[in-house]
Design a protein around this ligand. Structure first.
Ligand code: ATP
Length: 278
């Protein structure tokens, strides 16, 4: 069995032939707990959509080992809360992949739903309608749905956005529990200190991969300065993938990651692993 949960092969993703993530290659190992970090607009959500299969590659490829067992939690703003549904309806949707939309839930299914609701601290909220929940409570309910999905690969896009410290701690504990169960988790996070302290690996994006590997190393001052440099150079009208653009774009901190910086050729096996080059 392959040890790769996700394989990127010179992946470029974007909108209207305008790339937002450039030339990402490498593998996410099974069971890895990886933070996806970078400034606003650096391509984090785009990458999650690419992995989820919502956005097709402009070039290159992304391969997910077991697509059928993937859970994807988009950014909170993308959920329609006005739909008349209760917490228990939202959470029990996590069983759909196995029971079907109109399938009958057994007694043990309902026990699982209850256990998932308890695991996120929402006992007593089962009959509450979604539009009455606070942001943190909604995020807890969405995590309970992920618990039920029993996914091998879990993609979380900014789950800590607008939630308080206690909710962050609880959701983080759940994520670490998934990690111990050898599920693969990719999570978009803005708080670098939180990543350094709690998430073992990180992928730093600035529309292109800047560094990927151990969190503390990826988020060192040198890599962050490099990411800023690319963010500051951001220009909606600039030509993309200009020849020579990546001449110094080689910083990588993990053996499973590499950047393709030759735009004319698909130069596989080109791993730039030296640290600190600028
Ligand atoms: N549907 C879309 N159509 C056109 N451009 C888009 C679309 N979605 C995102 N973009 C652009 O792609 C780039 C990357 O956006 P993305 O949402 O991936 O960034 P992000 O790193 O997740 O940012 P944030 O931290 O603000 O959520 C941005 O320049 C954004 O404007």
């Amino acid at each position: 069995m392959s040890d790769a949960a996700i394989t990127f092969d010179n992946l470029t993703l974007g909108y209207n032939s305008h790339p937002a993530v450039h030339h990402l290659s490498g593998t996410v190992t099974r069971g890895a707990l990886t933070a996806v970090v970078g400034a606003n607009g650096s391509g984090k959500s785009t990458l999650m959509k690419g992995i989820a299969g919502i956005l097709k590659p402009m070039a290159g490829a992304v391969q997910v080992n077991n697509k059928a067992r993937m859970a994807y939690l988009p950014q909170g703003t993308e959920l329609d809360r006005s739909f008349p549904a209760r917490v228990i309806d939202l959470v029990s949707m996590g069983l759909w992949p196995r029971r079907g939309l109109l399938g009958r839930y057994s007694r043990s299914d309902w026990q699982k739903v209850e256990a998932a609701i308890a695991a996120v601290g929402l006992v007593g909220f089962e009959a509450r309608s979604l539009d009455t929940l606070s942001g943190g409570q909604l995020q807890r309910a969405l995590f309970a749905r992920v618990v039920l999905q029993d996914a091998e690969l879990i993609l979380l896009d900014e789950p800590f956005n607008a939630v308080d410290q206690r909710t962050i701690a609880d959701l983080l504990a759940l994520m670490q529990h998934w990690h111990r169960e050898h599920r693969t988790v990719l999570v978009v996070v803005h708080d670098h200190d939180l990543v350094r302290q709690h998430l073992p690996e990180a992928l730093l994006l600035a529309r292109r991969p800047i560094a990927w590997g151990q969190s503390a190393v990826v988020l060192n001052s040198e890599n962050l300065a490099k990411a800023r440099h690319f963010d500051e150079a951001w220009d909606e009208n600039a030509p993309w993938c200009a020849p020579g653009e990546h001449a110094h774009d080689h910083v990588h901190d993990a053996p499973h990651a590499h950047v393709h910086h030759d735009h004319g050729h698909h130069e596989h096996g080109h791993h730039d692993l030296h640290k600190g080059a600028a």
